[in-house]
Design a protein around this ligand. Sequence first.
Ligand SMILES: O=C(O)CCC(=O)C(=O)O
Length: 286
Amino acid sequence: MSTDTTHYPPPTDAERAFYDENGYIVLKNALNPTGLDRVRRAFERREAETRAEWEEELRRGKFRNGYGNGPHAHTIRPDFDTDAVILDLANNPRVIPFVENIVGPDYQVMEMLYHNHHAGTAAHTTWHRDWPPWTHPQYTLKIKVFYFIDDQTPDMGCFSLVPGTHTNADYPPREAYSGDALERMPNMKKMALKAGDAVLWNVVCWHTGCANTSPRDRRMVIYGYMPFFVKKWIASPPPQSIVTWADTPQKRQLMGIHCVSGRRGWDRTDVPYLPEHEAIAMAKAL
Ligand SMILES: O=C(O)CCC(=O)C(=O)O
């Protein structure tokens, strides 16, 4: 459990202006409140637990879980029953004020994953954006936060994006810049950051991961955040371990269960409210 009770600030006007112009912002030492070692241990434990399953997928040539899961990358699903680190980091007090400012007060976490793009492998993806360039005057429909748990060198399969492309109507010319030409994309910026740093970015930016030609694995923790009205858990109820972890109204909203900001009609009805959250929900007109 993170013991950091510091109140971290939202972005300054200059930071927000940088994000608005470029579609990303780097957060130095973002893992400090959770602890780099603690996150590394959680990563390594879960990677070991899921390695056999991934190797079986490699043998069968059938891959689930996205993010280029396959011969060049292992997309590692967390086990929420045994891993509180992945949940605590979703609620990182250093980063949440940025999420709230950029996604809006009804933010929730949409995905939580560990990811290893292995040493000496080709790129596990190509230039793309995650969906059409939806825009809102103030908020971003989806951001991701990538945390790096090792120092990144430029040959290490860096996550890369083209700053400013979140406002382009056009999609990236992926045929022209794939394979050996991947890194010839004009104006691309490699996120060659330090262990413990994070990059928060708009998923509409043109982006890719590069070939990892280095002798070191590129290991990161992935989060996606969206507004609460976007539904998750589909028809199944949220896992009990997540409901138990979410012991405050803010955490209930973060996990997409009951919102603090937003309509109570969007709340799940198959999870009982926390008493203090019921009061919040019932005070709303809708
Ligand atoms: O792993 C990477 O560097 C690329 C990530 C990516 O393509 C995505 O998040 O959509």
